[in-house]
Structures are given as structure tokens and as C-alpha cells.
Design a protein around this ligand. Structure first.
Ligand SMILES: Cc1cc2nc3c(=O)[nH]c(=O)nc-3n(C[C@H](O)[C@H](O)[C@H](O)COP(=O)(O)O)c2cc1C
Length: 358
């Protein structure tokens, strides 16, 4: 029988070392996160754009409504899994990043996972919540080293775990500043996970678990990254296409229909590459002919659409995808989307993934 690592994230120990990655906008909401947590994994709510379809959102109170929606989302997930481990994924690139982090902590979440930029000030925003574990997402040892040194110097704090997400296969925004880095083997899990594990053991001399993300689909993938030294996996794409996934059925159908030729990497308005399904919207964007909705709320601290009117309003396009508007949405996906051939159930995925280990 194969051995399952024990994953301890700060004061929180999920039964199984399986983290469901945060997926915005609203692809991983309370239903998915609560179900994953109740199955013994870490369920993650994506914080981005929570107010988009909230009844109190009137077009002007986006950031205030995000806070209300955060409290409601965490409460709903907690109802599904009173004792499970719940995380909120907050992207550093968001204008209201600090407010989102604080409102997630106030709502009683166990873990904050933070990427799309380096979460340098995360310990400051969470200082009143010592039980909340802090987990940065990185794609290189260099990024992890910067965070570890800065947190140590300024806050006397270390990350409680680190997610290594490889741009080679992951979904959504990728941890690569340039297009050419997306396929660079230097950013593979095989390269980064062992060097990060060694760095944490030998240089930092701390027991900080490494969680591998990007392209994990089955138990064989899990075993492969455990052998590299990872103590857990983070999976996005497979969990998005489930009955419990919070997106519309049309979103999930797009996953089921996607073939290898449909998966593309585009430059997002955030200024970093993102992996998505080539639908009419993305095809027009690639042809430089996309028409965007107006900016929703200046939700990003750096947005090429807001600044230069090039690109498009990503919040609007991601909301459209969540709602299932095939012609106008941006359907983020990992390269494993080609393996989605049916709607799965979260408990079945857990059973299949864990079978060789239990
Ligand atoms: C639809 C979609 C949306 C995503 N949104 C976010 C997000 O809001 N924040 C984030 O840090 N990662 C986001 N991700 C990345 C996932 O959390 C996860 O780390 C990644 O997809 C793992 O790779 P996999 O899809 O191959 O399992 C997203 C991924 C997908 C597929």
C-alpha cells in the first residue's frame, strides 16, 4: 500500500492531503468548498468577484458587497462542513485584497491562500487572527525565498505551507510573467518542488509543507509529486467539473466538450498569462477584435483594460463564464480540461484518489 503524507497547515490538519484550489469568479463557491471540506480535504472559496450576482450589488457598491458576500459564503460552506478545513483564496492583484483577507478571517475561515502576486503584507492583514494559517502560492524558489525572508524580517512569521503551482498545466492566471515561461521546464513541479523542499529543510530549517498544483488528476499524479517531496496536492480543473461545482451547467459542459486544440494561453488584462478555452470570445481577443463590457468596478490594482482600454474587463468576462454565456465569457481551465468527459461527484473523486493509499 502506498503512503499518504500527513498535511498540517499551521493549526489545521485535514484528514487527507488534498486541497481544492480557489477558482474565481465563483467557480469554487461555498457548495464546492463545503463539500470538499466535508470529504476530508481543504475546501477553498475564491474571493474574487463574490458580489457580482449578489442581490445587494447596485453597480456602485462592489467592494462593500464583496465583504457581505464573503461572510455569507464562508457561513454557507461552514454549514456544509462544520468541522472541516475551509480556506479562502485571495488574489494579491485585487484592489480590495486587504479587505477581502480581513473579512475572510472575520468570517471564521481556517486558511488564507494567496497568489497572483507576492503576498508580502499578508501577515500584517491577519495579525489579529493568529489561528488563521497563511499559504502563499508561488511558481519558483526565488518567489518563495523572497516571501520567507520578508515575512521573517518584518513580521517574525513563516508561511504555514507553500503551494507550488506550475504554469505548464495549471488553470487560470499562471505564475509566469512572460509567455515563454509558461512552457519552461524550469517551472515544472519536478524542478521546483524538490529544490523548495530542500531549501525549507536546510536553509530555513522549518517544517513547512509544500503543496503541488497544476496538472494533478489522479492517484498516480499524487504519488509522483509525493515522491518529489510534496506533502499535499492542490487540484482545480477536476473539481470545477463536478455536480457540487458552483458554476452553471453550461460552464461545466464547456469543460466536457473541450479538446486539446481548444486549450490556449492568452495574456490577461492583469498582465500575466492565463490558460483558457478557445471560445468565440477568446478567438476574437486573439484576433484583436474583442468587444468588452465596461469596467465593472476597478477591481484590479493593475489592469490594462482600465489603463489603456486594450484587452477587456476580465471581471465581466469571468462572470459571464460562471453564468454560462459561451459567446462572451472567459472560461479559465487547466490543461487537464481535456480529461473532463463527464460531470463527477466530489465524494467519488475522493474515493478514487485515495483508493491506492487506504
Ligand atoms: C476556472 C479556474 C479559475 C481559477 N481561479 C483562481 C483564482 O481565483 N485564484 C487562484 O489563486 N488560482 C485560481 N485558479 C488556479 C487553481 O486554484 C489551481 O491551483 C490550478 O487550477 C491547479 O491546476 P489544475 O487545474 O491542473 O488542477 C483557477 C483555476 C481554474 C481552472
Amino acid at each position: 500500500m502506498k503512503k499518504l503524507p500527513e498535511l498540517k497547515i499551521g493549526k489545521h490538519s485535514p484528514k487527507y492531503p488534498i486541497v481544492q484550489g480557489g477558482m474565481g469568479v465563483k467557480i469554487s463557491g461555498p457548495k464546492l468548498a463545503g463539500t470538499v471540506a466535508s470529504c476530508g480535504g481543504v475546501g477553498t472559496i475564491a474571493s474574487v468577484g463574490l458580489s457580482c450576482d449578489h442581490p445587494q450589488f447596485n453597480g456602485k457598491n462592489y467592494f462593500d458587497t464583496n465583504e457581505i458576500a464573503m461572510a455569507e459564503s464562508v457561513k454557507a460552506a461552514r454549514k456544509k462542513s462544520p468541522d472541516g478545513i475551509l480556506a479562502v483564496n485571495c488574489m494579491v492583484a485585487l484592489t480590495d485584497y486587504d479587505r477581502q483577507v480581513r473579512s475572510a478571517c472575520e468570517a471564521g475561515v481556517d486558511v488564507i491562500v494567496s497568489g497572483a502576486g507576492l503576498p508580502m503584507k499578508l501577515p500584517e492583514y491577519t495579525k489579529d487572527f493568529p489561528d488563521v494559517a497563511l499559504v502563499p502560492i508561488v511558481s519558483s524558489l526565488k518567489a518563495a525565498d523572497l516571501i520567507v525572508r520578508k515575512w521573517g524580517k518584518l513580521y517574525d512569521r513563516l508561511p504555514d505551507a507553500i503551494v507550488v503551482e506550475t504554469p505548464l498545466y495549471a488553470g487560470g492566471h499562471l505564475g509566469a510573467t512572460k509567455m515563454e515561461n509558461v512552457t519552461d521546464e524550469a517551472f515544472s513541479l519536478e524542478s521546483v518542488v524538490p529544490e523548495l523542499v530542500k531549501y525549507l529543510e536546510e536553509t530555513v530549517k522549518a517544517d513547512i509543507p509544500v503543496i503541488a498544483a497544476g496538472g494533478i488528476w489522479d492517484a498516480a499524479d499524487m504519488e509522483r509529486v509525493f515522491e518529489l517531496g510534496a506533502s499535499g496536492v492542490q487540484m482545480g480543473t477536476r473539481f470545477a467539473c463536478t455536480e457540487e461545482g458552483d458554476a452553471s451547467m453550461r460552464f461545466k459542459q464547456a469543460y466536457i466538450d473541450a479538446t486539446e486544440d481548444d486549450v490556449v494561453v492568452i495574456m490577461s488584462p492583469v498582465g500575466i498569462p492565463g490558460r483558457a478555452i478557445r471560445n468565440p470570445f477568446v478567438a476574437k481577443y486573439i484576433d484583436d477584435a474583442v468587444e468588452s463590457r465596461p469596467c465593472m468596478a476597478a477591481c484590479l490594482s493593475h489592469c490594462t483594460y482600465l489603463r489603456e482600454r486594450t484587452t477587456f474587463c476580465i471581471a465581466g468576462a469571468l462572470v459571464d463564464a460562471y453564468m454560462g454565456n459561451w459567446d462572451t465569457g472567459l472560461f479559465f481551465c487547466g490543461s487537464n480540461v481535456v480529461k473532463c468527459d463527464k460531470l463527477e461527484r466530489v465524494p467519488d473523486i475522493f474515493e478514487e484518489l485515495l483508493a491506492p493509499f487506504l
